[in-house]
Write a protein that binds this ligand. Structure first.
Ligand code: SAM
Ligand code: CA
Length: 245
């Protein structure tokens, strides 16, 4: 939503780690305070607050997106899931809380240290048994899984929130691993709004570097007949892909 006239607000929100694309701080705060924070499970609040103190807190999933993922997983009755890009585990915890007792999350990240910041909170919430965390780059592990036919079509939901320059490489593999009717969610597909910035716009170095990869991903998903898609302006943009063939 574009803010205009006297209502215009700077598009820089106060919320730590938020990446909302709403043009009004006040409207984003309204959503958080009315619909998100009052319903946020205590464990997610604790993890959000612990993560806010971490130097890389910009990477965390925002509370409104965490709520969205949690509800989505329940709506599709997800049981077997994967997450690429864990950081301290906010989206992981929102997933773990949504899954049934025997639900599973294969969680991949090159950094275990950050996962261990959130792990005690995840354990206290009683959902750690659903998580199989593997430290290391995701791509070689996905290749191993693609080579093993027993993994084909086995995932109900896959959340991708890691190195944006590999998203298309992930997609090539994940399309075999997600079941027909299952969903892959690619995060940050609106990339700070930079996708439509003029060529000479002042962008942070990492924003500029990854922008072309996100543009390529969006173009590729838009014409991929194996999936139905919906790109939502939640958080920094999430594109849901439902596999249909
Ligand atoms: N989903 C997380 C959350 O809710 O807090 C945020 C993930 S953060 C944006 C991106 C993560 O991707 C980082 O923790 C980083 O270590 C991880 N990562 C980067 N490259 C990776 C790779 N090749 N394989 C697996 N994880 C990777
Ligand atoms: Ca993200």
């Amino acid at each position: 939503m574009a803010a205009t006239g006297e209502l215009a607000q700077p598009a820089k929100h106060q919320e730590v780690g938020h990446k909302s694309l709403l043009q009004s701080d006040a409207l984003y705060q309204y959503i958080l305070e009315t619909s998100v924070y009052p319903r946020e499970p205590e464990s997610m609040k604790e993890l959000r607050e612990v993560t806010a103190k971490h130097p890389w807190n910009l990477m965390t999933t925002s509370a409104d997106e965490g709520q969205f993922l949690n509800l989505l997983l329940k709506l599709i009755n997800a049981k077997n899931t994967m997450e690429i890009g864990v950081y301290t585990g906010y989206s992981l915890l929102s997933t773990a809380l949504a899954l049934p007792e025997d639900g599973k999350i294969l969680a991949l990240d090159i950094n275990r240290e950050n996962y261990e910041i959130g792990l005690p909170i995840i354990e206290k919430a009683g959902v750690a048994h659903k998580i199989d965390f593997r430290e290391g780059p995701a791509l070689p592990l996905l290749d191993q899984m693609v080579d093993d036919l027993s993994f084909h079509g086995s995932f109900d939901f896959i959340f991708v929130d890691a190195d944006k320059d590999n998203y298309l490489n992930y997609h090539k593999r994940l399309i075999d691993l997600v079941k027909i009717g299952g969903v892959i969610g690619y995060d940050n597909t609106l990339w700070n709004g930079s996708l439509v910035a003029p060529a000479d716009a002042p962008l942070r170095k990492y924003v500029r570097y990854y922008r072309d990869f996100v543009l390529e991903l969006n173009k590729a998903l838009a014409v991929d007949s194996r999936v139905e898609i919906c790109q939502l302006p939640v958080g920094d943009g999430i594109t849901l892909c439902r596999r249909i063939s």
